[in-house]
Each structure stands twice: as C-alpha cells, then as structure tokens.
Design a binder for this molecule. Structure first.
Ligand SMILES: Nc1ncnc2c1ncn2[C@@H]1O[C@H](COP(=O)(O)OP(=O)(O)OP(=O)(O)O)[C@@H](O)[C@H]1O
Length: 347
C-alpha cells in the first residue's frame, strides 16, 4: 500500500485516516458527505452534492435518477474510479482511501450493462476466469457455476464461445461473471439494458433468488422502474446531484399525502377542466359513455381543495377513486419537484 493509499480524503484535504469518522463495520457500504465537481468557474458542474447513506448487508438498493442526476459519478466515487472532492466511502468497514485493497476485496461491478467478458472464451471459461482473478479456486466453485448457468438459462450455451451468443445472452454472461466471484457487494448498472421482456423477467427473478441464497448486497442502477420495483428492497432517488428520497419501495409507493384521484362526472365541461388545470396537476382527461373522467395529482391537502373546487363549480360527482401509484409516478413527482417543475396542486 502506498503512502497516499494510507490516507483518507475528507473535505477536499488529505487527512490521516485516524481522523476519519468511525464507520459501522456492519454496513456493506457507507457513503458519507460525498461531493464531486467537474470543471471550474461558471462551467463547473456539481455532479454529486453532499450525498450520505449506509447500505445494510444483504439488501438490494436501487439507485434512480433522471439523466445527469449523478448516479454514475457516485458509483464511480464508491468504486474508486473517480476521486471525490469531499467525503468518505467505506465498504464492509474499510475506508476505500485508507484501505483500498481490503475495501474492494469483495466488490464487483457490471457498469453500463456490460463487462469485459472474453468473447473468445466459452461462457464457463469466463466464469472460471473471473472467479480465479477474484482469488477463488475455480474448481471449488464448479457446482456453484453450474447452478448459476442453470439459473440464468445459460446451461446449454456453457461451452459456446461468448462471441457466438446473442446480445441478451452476452448480457446474462456479464451478470453471471459478476456473480461467479465470491463478491459480497456488487454494483449493477443497467443490468437489463437491451434484454427482451422474458429475459429481463428471468434475470430479475434469479437475481433476487441469488441475493437471498448468498446474502449478497446489490446496488442496482436502472432506468427501468419495473426492474427496481421487482428487485429492490430500498430505493435512493437522486436529482441534480442530491438524494431526494431514500426509502423502502413499499413506503415510496404508499407515501401518505400525495396521490392521484380519478373524478367521474356527467357535467365536467371544458370551462371546469380549465379551472382544474389552473389549480391542479391534471394528468388525464377522457370522455367516455357520456361522462368525463379526469385524473388529478394532488398533494396532502390538495384532495380537499379539489373537492371544494368541484363543488364551487357545481359539478355532479359520480365517483372519486384513488389511482394506484407505481414507482414511475413517484419518481416523476420527486424529480419534477427538485427540478422546480412541481405542479401537484400547489399553485
Ligand atoms: N468526466 C466528466 N467531466 C465533466 N462533467 C461530467 C463528467 N462526468 C459526469 N459529468 C457531469 O456530471 C453530471 C452527472 O453525470 P452522471 O453521468 O453522473 O449522471 P447519471 O445520473 O449517471 O446520468 P445517466 O442516467 O444519463 O447516466 C452531468 O451533468 C454530467 O454531464
């Protein structure tokens, strides 16, 4: 280990690791006040802005955010591929600046949906290769590799060179290569990118099964909300470099306060719809069977203001139902809000 490796970086200055805050060795990953700026002067971009969180061992955490939110930069800071300007990262209790070898000993990653698999080697040879370079005797994990190939529907391709496989299969080989090692913490960036629906479903199901069987910690970034909703225990949503939500999938879906309501009425004319649009976030208007159905997204006290507005306009209400939320609508709501485009009935 070099002298600089023995030192931690905090608040933009090199410091003695003994000065760094004690981290919970029980956490798989601890990110503490990480900040990263690119460039300088008016052109500077703060890609990651004071981000902190801890990830429990054996959990699957989704990292979400619109393009440019800072997800990749944050993952690269955690993996030591980008040096943060401020803050500290530790993995399994080891500060990545002070003890990089120990911190990264059990970490693997698949970035941007791919990994440098060896296309001339067969699928099984790739798995053995990556197990070997991670310090595992490949003969001792043959049974586990067979199981992995089975789980990912790759068993009948095990002895084919990777170059002969379809794009989706290559992607599964990438994931299998990550899981073939003895890593305890894996970072998967867009693992289902380009997969067909069936392969994506298989991969999600098997990933979840593998996580439970091995007590694996996974940090998964994806633009596909269904993947996140299916696989993750918890979701961290970033927008403009900051964390705007950090909660379990179920809490995010059932957050009290905000919601979308569907109002059905025989006399919702254009004038009333204009009045609703002026005060609320009207997400859908549909005329069917002589009635009008309007979907309105509101915040915590917005529901009562919505009902009051309908009454003021003497609207006959046939029904008001709550529309089930999915992670996508929660995501849009949270990231719209931080981008200053919130409507949600607060006008
Ligand atoms: N090497 C770099 N030099 C300058 N700016 C950068 C660099 N890397 C990232 N950025 C900027 O930092 C911000 C965050 O980018 P980042 O790639 O981390 O976002 P992201 O959430 O991963 O986006 P995406 O979903 O599009 O991959 C963006 O404004 C980006 O342009």
């Amino acid at each position: 280990m070099t002298a600089s490796e023995r030192r931690g970086v905090r608040n933009g200055e090199w410091s003695d690791p003994s000065e760094t805050r004690a981290v919970d060795p029980e956490s798989a990953v601890v990110v503490d006040g990480v900040r990263k700026r690119f460039g300088s002067g008016p052109e500077a971009v703060t890609a990651v802005d004071d981000v902190s969180f801890a990830i429990e061992r054996g959990s699957v955490v989704g990292l979400l955010g619109p393009n440019g939110a800072g997800k990749t930069t944050l993952i690269k800071c955690i993996l030591g591929m980008v040096l943060p300007d401020e803050g500290a990262v530790s993995i399994h209790g080891h500060d990545v600046s002070a003890e990089p070898r120990r911190a990264y000993a059990h970490v693997d990653a698949m970035l941007e949906g791919a990994r440098n698999d060896y296309w001339r080697l067969t699928v099984r040879e790739n798995l053995r290769y990556f197990a070997t370079i991670s310090g595992v005797d490949p003969d001792s994990v043959t049974a586990r590799h067979d199981r992995l190939l089975d789980q990912l529907d790759l068993a009948d391709k095990a002895d084919e060179p990777v170059r002969k496989l379809s794009r989706g299969m290559k992607q599964k080989v990438s994931l299998a290569s990550v899981l073939a090692t003895e890593s305890d913490v894996v970072f998967l960036d867009e693992p289902t990118l380009g997969l067909d629906v069936e392969s994506s479903l298989t991969l999600r199901r098997e990933l979840r099964r593998i996580v439970e069987a091995r007590d694996l910690t996974v940090v998964l970034s994806s633009h596909d909300m269904d993947v996140i909703e299916d696989v993750c225990d918890r979701v961290i949503i970033m927008s403009e470099g900051r964390v705007v939500a950090d909660d379990t999938v179920s809490n995010l879906l059932h957050r009290s306060g905000t919601g979308t309501y569907r109002v059905t009425s025989p006399d919702l004319d254009r004038e009333v719809i204009d009045a609703l649009e002026a005060r609320f976030d009207v997400t859908d208007v549909e005329r069917r069977d002589g009635r009008t159905h309007v979907e309105v997204r509101v915040d915590s006290d917005g529901f009562y203001r919505l009902v009051d507005t309908l009454r003021e306009n003497r609207v006959t209400i046939d029904g008001v139902t709550s529309v089930a939320r999915d992670l996508e609508s929660v995501f849009v709501e949270l990231t719209d809000r931080t981008n200053g485009t919130e409507r949600g009935g607060s006008r």
